[in-house]
Design a protein around this ligand. Structure first.
Ligand code: BTN
Length: 250
């Protein structure tokens, strides 16, 4: 059974182009609650970071959380980290209930959730304004039943990794209450420090030599953590530290 906190308005689709695109249309039509959830069994044009195709097969989670918020745009990026922490917490709980061995759930900067170095979930944050109101759309894709084929990424699913059978409805019901608690705290108290430290505890390749593609060049350095804005901090070979706001950890 699908249960969500009562302040959320839930819309479900059997098939839709993309739950994030559906969210934008619903915002523009003006009849969206302050907190809304859009869940689709299948997406025909699901997309991820940098416009990449997000293969969206029935059995996986395709969810958009839509929130009206007046926070400044630069703070909204923090919600990627908040979402990654709550999604990974929930996945870790599922794994520990089903498996004897403890598997590492890691967070790859900025928006991926990994199990044993393989991508199991991705987050895509978009914003939209309509008639003085600002909304953030948090798109979440979790590979539950199927492992999609992605050319340049190693991916997995909960089914593949631990034979865990969890439906999108169960995942949403289990994950959304913790998300909502964290979101309300963030909205009221601006507590990015707590989220930041929880995110860093799970950070993939922390303290290791990494390479970031920032859109124009590759930058390598030791991954020292994320700063107050969520930018990745690298220590370069000359000992200087640099913070990179946007890019891809290679
Ligand atoms: C990424 O890792 O690149 C982010 C993937 C985000 C996929 C989700 S599925 C639900 C929502 N609708 C979309 O079209 N994309 C996001």
């Amino acid at each position: 059974m699908l249960t969500v906190p009562k302040d959320y308005n839930l819309t479900t689709f059997k098939q839709i182009d993309s739950t994030n695109d559906a969210a934008k249309r619903m915002v523009k039509s003006g009849d969206l609650a302050r907190k809304a959830l859009i869940l689709a069994e299948e997406q025909t044009s699901g997309y991820g970071q940098r416009g990449r195709v997000w293969e969206s097969l029935k059995g996986n989670l395709h969810l958009s959380i839509v929130l009206e918020t007046a926070k400044p745009l630069q703070k909204l990026q923090e919600l990627v980290f908040l979402t990654a922490v709550t999604v990974s917490d929930y996945i870790e709980k599922q794994l520990s209930q089903s498996l004897d061995v403890k598997l590492n759930v890691k967070l790859k900067w900025p928006n991926d959730v990994l199990i044993n170095s393989k991508k199991v979930a991705g987050i895509l944050l978009e914003t939209i304004k309509h008639q003085e109101k600002q909304y953030v759309i948090i798109g979440i894709g979790v590979n539950l039943a199927h492992t999609p084929s992605v050319s340049d990424q190693v991916v997995t699913s909960l089914k593949e990794i631990g034979d865990i059978e969890i439906t999108p409805e169960e995942f949403l019901s289990g994950f959304i209450s913790q998300f909502n608690t964290e979101y309300d705290n963030w909205q009221q108290n601006n507590h990015f420090d707590v989220i930041r430290s929880m995110w860093q505890q799970r950070a993939y390749n922390l303290s290791k030599q990494v390479m970031i593609y920032d859109g124009t060049q590759n930058i390598s350095g030791v991954f020292c953590g994320i700063d107050q804005r969520g930018a990745i901090i690298l220590e370069l070979s000359n000992g200087e530290r640099t913070a990179i706001d946007y890019g891809k950890l290679l």
